[in-house]
Design a binder for this molecule. Sequence first.
Ligand SMILES: Cc1cc2nc3c(=O)[nH]c(=O)nc-3n(C[C@H](O)[C@H](O)[C@H](O)COP(=O)(O)OP(=O)(O)OC[C@H]3O[C@@H](n4cnc5c(N)ncnc54)[C@H](O)[C@@H]3O)c2cc1C
Length: 454
Amino acid sequence: MSANVDIVVIGGGPAGSAIACLLAQWGHSVRVLTRAADRARGAAESLPPSTRKLLAKIGVLDAIDGAHFYRTTGNTVWWGQREGHVERFAAVAGDALKAVNYGYQVLRPELDRLLLTSAAAAGAEISCDAHVHRVQLTEPDVLDGSGRGADAGVEYHRERQPATTIGCRFAIDCSGRAGVIARQGFRRHQPGYRTQAFIGVWQSASGWNLPDETHTLVETYEDGWAWSVPLSATLRQVGVAVDGGTTRIRRGPTLNGTYRAEIGKTRELGARVSGATLDRVWACDASLFSAHQYAGSQFLLVGDAASCIDPLSSFGVKKALASAWVGAVAVHTCLAHPDRQRIALEFFTNWERQVYCANLRRSVEFAREAYGRAYQADPGNTEAALGLVRRRAWLPLASSGLLTRKAPAAAAALRRRLRARLVLIEALLFPRSARWAAASYGAARQPRSLPCRR
Ligand SMILES: Cc1cc2nc3c(=O)[nH]c(=O)nc-3n(C[C@H](O)[C@H](O)[C@H](O)COP(=O)(O)OP(=O)(O)OC[C@H]3O[C@@H](n4cnc5c(N)ncnc54)[C@H](O)[C@@H]3O)c2cc1C
């Protein structure tokens, strides 16, 4: 094993590029190992205006502005109700960038390429054809070490080259959902939040009949929620997020058929794409997860590798950039002042935990809002209102008591049914884990304490 760099960053998405960029700027030797982007699955994603502050801190704002991404002034939302609600981005008081109140609609491979280029310009060495298999963590991963420890070994191979191992003081996992280090025993899945996303690329020469064509669109429907991000006035991606737990059994045999069937259930987005051409469709996992440990004496989990929040928030990229910023400060502190390693890693850990909890709570609020509106619109149809929440895979919320303001009796009945079903299935399939199922189900009734507890 060659111990020749301070830091190896695994993954070249927003988190990996940003942390590599910052640590290289601060004088550390940084190697980024990442896989080539799959352009056919290049997602269109919304970046809220507040992301600009982070991009400026990382030193890439000019490059992003110069790339002429489609700019957006807000969202149009049909959330548990038929009338659309237009939300315009507001300038934040006291913000140095308050004159600017637009966000970006980005094609992710384009954004990632720009960010990686900036990391290379800052001095990071980038390998875009590398696949990392695993990381050897040779020290016990506890936060009480001080002084320079042993190196971690990152095992990888590049195209048509034999496998090799590189040594480093810190291995930083920025591999997103893949979670190269995270899956070595640190990842924790959020019970009940199994979400499957289907995404299609649509073209329409005549536009989409919207009050503002730059807007991100969001709509709830009976079996989930749908969204659409434009890349130009005539090109849009439209996605649906459905309950991953029932996707395989309840949905059609082909990807295209399944996707079209879901779009057909939506009211507003279905109408918008009715005269448009569908280019291609793909599916991806969008479930929530976090980690029970975010950092150790040789590693950090950063961005989606640390935790994945509800894509509904449109804060994933911003969170990844912020995670990279805090992670870079922590790693720099560890390398420059080894005696402060423990406090630096705890600072990072607390930040990650708080961000995940705050976003989980926001998801609870979204669910409560959709439920409340659907119930108010049709008080007689409680089942449909609860179905909106349940099928959206917000099952823990339905059982948490947070949705009970409007219809306590119906919510209690649903709670009883869900509890009975879950415990029964667990007991039948995994007799030994029945106790665990009951325990974790109990925990899910208090979502605040579930992932946030130390
Ligand atoms: C359906 C959906 C819609 C979303 N919409 C939005 C949105 O509108 N706005 C928003 O801000 N966020 C959105 N998000 C969230 C956003 O995509 C993520 O939060 C963001 O990509 C996280 O960045 P990251 O750098 O942590 O991880 P990623 O972007 O996932 O980057 C991981 C990198 O690691 C590489 N990699 C993986 N495994 C390996 C390996 N073994 N070896 C080497 N390299 C590897 C990958 O190739 C990739 O380059 C959405 C997510 C989903 C699922």
